[in-house]
Design a protein around this ligand. Structure first.
Ligand SMILES: CC(C)(COP(=O)(O)OP(=O)(O)OC[C@H]1O[C@@H](n2cnc3c(N)ncnc32)[C@H](O)[C@@H]1OP(=O)(O)O)[C@@H](O)C(=O)NCCC(=O)NCCS
Length: 188
């Protein structure tokens, strides 16, 4: 499908972004996460993109900042989370377009490392690899194959190791998974 555009979110999009996150996941965790991230003073609207078809928001992607922390260093990075495409428009290339445009913006803004927790059959096609192979760990229990990292320029991961620290907005989603006894499979 090529009849959609990708652009930065604007304030008027907020209710529709909430709705598309709800529709894609069929629960409110990610929709609320997006609102919390937006309320955070670290929010950068350049890193919240929407896919628009016929005046309607059909997809959304966000890249909140994280850090990779060890006793030696605190390295800035960016998370790809959440990513959603409305169920009526999935598997038409909208997710791919959001990821590709989003990663382009991340590069332009000088970001060098992207972390994702998501489907191991989907993200490797964009270059993501298991983060643990690089000595990067998650602050909660997660399978190695779903916890991935991407270097946006060669050498970005050289000497980088440590644990990813997510913004406090993620605490609710991680806490909900724990309460439901579910392992984290995706933070996207
Ligand atoms: C996952 C998601 C963002 C992909 O966006 P999309 O626009 O549907 O995907 P694209 O059209 O760019 O890519 C389609 C490919 O993704 C694969 N794909 C879609 N959803 C997938 C999933 N849940 N797990 C693994 N692969 C998936 C398709 O099989 C297809 O593969 P192919 O190219 O080999 O045929 C979208 O399906 C979605 O919003 N799903 C519900 C929310 C969700 O699970 N988000 C978390 C993503 S980790």
């Amino acid at each position: 499908m090529d009849s959609f555009i990708i652009r930065q979110e604007i304030p008027a999009d907020i209710p529709e972004i909430f709705e598309v996150n709800y529709q894609a996941f069929a629960h409110y965790d990610e929709a609320r996460l997006v609102d919390s991230l937006r309320d955070d003073n670290i929010f950068n609207p350049e890193l919240s993109l929407v896919a628009v078809h016929d005046g309607r928001i059909i997809g959304h992607i966000m890249f909140p900042p994280v850090t990779i922390e060890s006793s030696r260093a605190i390295i800035p990075a960016i998370a790809l989370a959440p990513l959603v495409v409305h169920p009526e428009f999935q598997c038409l290339g909208v997710g791919a377009a959001l990821i590709e445009e989003g990663l382009k913006v991340c590069r332009t803004l000088g970001h060098r490392i992207v972390i994702v927790i998501g489907h191991p059959g989907y993200y490797p096609r964009y270059g993501f690899r298991p983060a643990r192979e690089n000595g990067i760990s998650a602050p909660f229990t997660v399978d190695d194959d779903v916890f991935m990292v991407l270097a946006l320029d060669p050498g970005a991961l050289d000497g980088v190791e440590g644990m990813v620290k997510y913004p406090a907005a993620f605490d609710a989603i991680v806490g909900n998974s724990r309460t439901k006894g579910k392992k984290i499979q995706s933070l996207t």
